[in-house]
Design a protein around this ligand. Sequence first.
Ligand SMILES: N[C@@H](CCC(=O)N[C@@H](CS)C(=O)NCC(=O)O)C(=O)O
Length: 257
Amino acid sequence: MPGNVSRLLTFAHSHYCEKARWALDAAGVDYVEERHLPLLHRRHTRRAGGGSVPVLVTSDGNRTDSAGILRYAAAHARARPLLPTNSEHRSTTLELEQYFDRELGPHARRWAYRELLPVPRMLDRCMTAGVRRSERLVAPFLLPIVRPMIRRAFRITPASAARSLEHVEQVFAAVAERLADGRRYLVDAEFGAADLTFAALAAPVLLPPGFGGAMPALEDAPAPMRAQVERLRTTPAGAFALGLYREHRRPRTHPSP
Ligand SMILES: N[C@@H](CCC(=O)N[C@@H](CS)C(=O)NCC(=O)O)C(=O)O
């Protein structure tokens, strides 16, 4: 691996990791992605001073969550600016980012896990995509332990998943309301951090083509999930997120170590 290039520690299927990847890609910041399996990630994230993924390890310190990584990308942007220079627009962007981190990310994740945990082969394929060989070899033994841990950690039940879907719909309604005046992007005339945060964190309920990690394709999703995803894709906020993926998601190819 090149000496000074930053390392982004991720899960292939995580939408918070996608937010970080997208921010770095959009800003034109160099990095190498290092994907890990759930549970095995901790050894690496702890060593970098963090816990969850994503973590960005850089020569001038580490960023241990997606918000920190987004700010790092904005500060080191070589391509497009991610944060508006106008201070009012900037604070609206950061407020929206926090809102999506809190109100969309956890609920989209819980609903999608509820749909996908009963089809472990599909979920396992996503989780193992691009991980190093040593981790891929232990995946058949590790992932059967990980799946019930996910169910417990996120308190996934039919009722909690249904409530989470309602939360997602509330966020989609708020986004639709913002877009109702015909604006192209959430905050100002340019694509930026609020837009990519929304689209990345909505990925588990939209299964967007162009996701930079690994998500099931819509055609492969279980029928009840497919029906909801198709419905959400046709809402104004869902169509907006898919449009952002089409027009603005340009992942570069990052070699796995
Ligand atoms: N607030 C964090 C949330 C990150 C997060 O929830 N990461 C999940 C994957 S989507 C994770 O790492 N879970 C395992 C763990 O917490 O150790 C961020 O924005 O980075």
